[in-house]
Design a protein around this ligand. Structure first.
Ligand SMILES: Cc1cc2nc3c(=O)[nH]c(=O)nc-3n(C[C@H](O)[C@H](O)[C@H](O)COP(=O)(O)OP(=O)(O)OC[C@H]3O[C@@H](n4cnc5c(N)ncnc54)[C@H](O)[C@@H]3O)c2cc1C
Length: 438
């Protein structure tokens, strides 16, 4: 028993849980330290009403998300995967346009027919590009205007980029945009309709299944236990410090957001941290509404109106059956923003009152009497800003401190963050640790 190699994982999101899954099954003694009282990280869920849970931040998978779908099957839970067509729309100039398939795009009258065709061709072109390096020096804006035309950029893409990245929109790399087009293109059925994946019981049920497997394998969880510092000596990791203990381990895997990881290990040299510190992040505020009626028939409504302060309205119960939520309708109103934005500091009630007039602008019949309840979630590090030449900023998971590894969403590239990539990254890192030995 004493001879077993040991690992401490800091953070019980999908990266940390996935790394633990493979390390423990390959003979490691694994402990997970998590600052929150529940596991799941950004993909965490909460009890909205007694008896049912939903994600704090709306979540689904694409059919091409093979890492997480594979893990779910390995856990023996594959029969609970739900494949569904999604209904996507765009709110523009006081109207909601359906934009779920190439045919919808052809009918999208706010831009001339020629630009609709160019936009469709641009999506096809993105699918054919396999080497993202050729896009690294270009901004998304430049690439879209060149390939899809200025009109389509102004009407469709600019408001979406601004909605997601705010002041950072013009800095976003063509690689990020290319990947989004490619990803969405790869999750379609033969008629071109988008097909998405969910899980019976939601993401919380997957997390519970993973927790069960980790418990059975002997992983020790320490919830409500933030790690305060990584301990190292003479360039070798020794363990971690929490408020109550110093815990020792051969390997320490820090899966917190990147800026927090760098804070936990102040001994890391400038040569490792300097580029990584240039990566900027956006936070997210997400209002979850419990409604007694549906806002619309659209699942994913992108908001293409620059005067509207939210990136989208996601009506979860147009994706998953409302009967599973006591017949209530669940909708998310989401905003990515710098955490210095005043919206990020608003209380739950302030944010709700702020949001209501905008919701009514899109759905004129909406009234507060439709709202049975609401909850606000905030995340400080929800999206790294993928700038040009981003690859040069990404720190290696192996740090200069032997046995200390850093793994988080800022290293997902050229793809964009997501639970699928968290699983892929956590498992790949476990393989790397296993292959290099103690
Ligand atoms: C609004 C929004 C929508 C999204 N939609 C989707 C989607 O539809 N599909 C999808 O697949 N993905 C989606 N994602 C992305 C997905 O949630 C993340 O990519 C994924 O959950 C990241 O997992 P992670 O383990 O790398 O990080 P995290 O989930 O951030 O986990 C890090 C963990 O570290 C813990 N921690 C932090 N500091 C400490 C400390 N000092 N000590 C101990 N623990 C600490 C945190 O509490 C957290 O639990 C979405 C994210 C957001 C914000």
């Amino acid at each position: 028993m004493e001879n077993k190699p040991s690992a401490i994982i800091v953070g019980a999101g999908y990266t940390g849980l996935s790394a633990a899954f493979d390390l423990v099954r390959q003979g490691y003694q694994v402990q997970i330290f998590e600052s929150e009282d529940e596991i799941g990280g950004l993909a965490g869920t909460f009890e909205l009403q007694p008896g049912y849970r939903v994600e704090k931040f709306y979540h689904h998978w694409f059919t091409s998300d093979t890492a997480i779908l594979g893990l779910i099957r390995e856990l023996g839970l594959g029969d609970r995967l739900l494949y569904k067509n999604s209904d996507t729309g765009l709110y523009f100039a006081n109207s909601v346009f359906r934009l779920a398939s190439p045919f919808d795009l052809l009918r999208f009258t706010p831009i001339p027919l020629i630009d609709r065709v160019r936009t469709g061709l641009m999506a096809l072109k993105a699918r054919r590009i396999s080497d993202w390096r050729q896009l690294e020096s270009q901004s998304a804006e430049e690439w879209i205007i060149r390939n899809g035309g200025r009109k389509a950029y102004e009407v469709i893409w600019k408001p979406l980029l601004a909605g997601k990245f705010g002041m950072e929109a013009s800095n976003v790399s063509a690689v990020w945009f290319w990947n989004k087009l490619k990803l969405r293109g790869s999750s379609r059925d033969t008629k071109g309709a988008e097909s998405l994946v969910y899980f019976e019981g939601g993401f919380g049920a997957v997390t519970a299944g993973l927790r069960q497997a980790l418990d059975n394998a002997g992983v020790k969880f320490h919830l409500n236990t933030p790690v305060l510092k990584v301990l190292s000596q003479a360039g070798q990791v020794k363990g971690v410090r929490t408020a109550s203990v110093d815990a020792a381990a051969d390997q320490v895997v820090v899966t917190t957001p990147l800026p927090l990881a760098l804070e936990l290990a102040p001994e890391l040299p400038e040569s490792y941290t300097a580029a990584a510190r240039q990566i900027r992040f956006l936070g997210n505020v997400c209002l979850v509404l419990r409604l007694n009626r549906s806002l619309s028939s659209t699942y994913w409504l992108n908001v293409g109106d620059p005067s509207f302060p939210f990136v989208g309205v996601i009506e979860h119960t147009n994706f998953d059956d409302p009967a599973k939520y006591g017949g209530e309708r669940i909708a998310y109103i989401s905003k990515y923003l710098p955490i210095t934005d005043r919206l990020f500091s608003m209380s739950e009630r302030e944010f709700f009152d702020y949001a209501v007039p905008f919701i009514r602008k899109i759905f004129p019949d909406f009234s507060e009497s439709w709202v049975n309840g609401f909850k606000l979630w905030k995340a400080k590090y929800s999206q790294p800003v993928i700038t040009r030449h981003y690859s040069q900023l990404i720190p290696d998971e192996a740090t200069p401190i032997k046995g200390l590894w850093i793994a988080n969403m800022a290293q997902i590239y050229p793809e964009d963050r997501g639970t699928n990539y968290a699983v892929r990254q956590g498992r790949a890192l476990a393989t790397r640790i296993l292959s290099q030995g103690r």
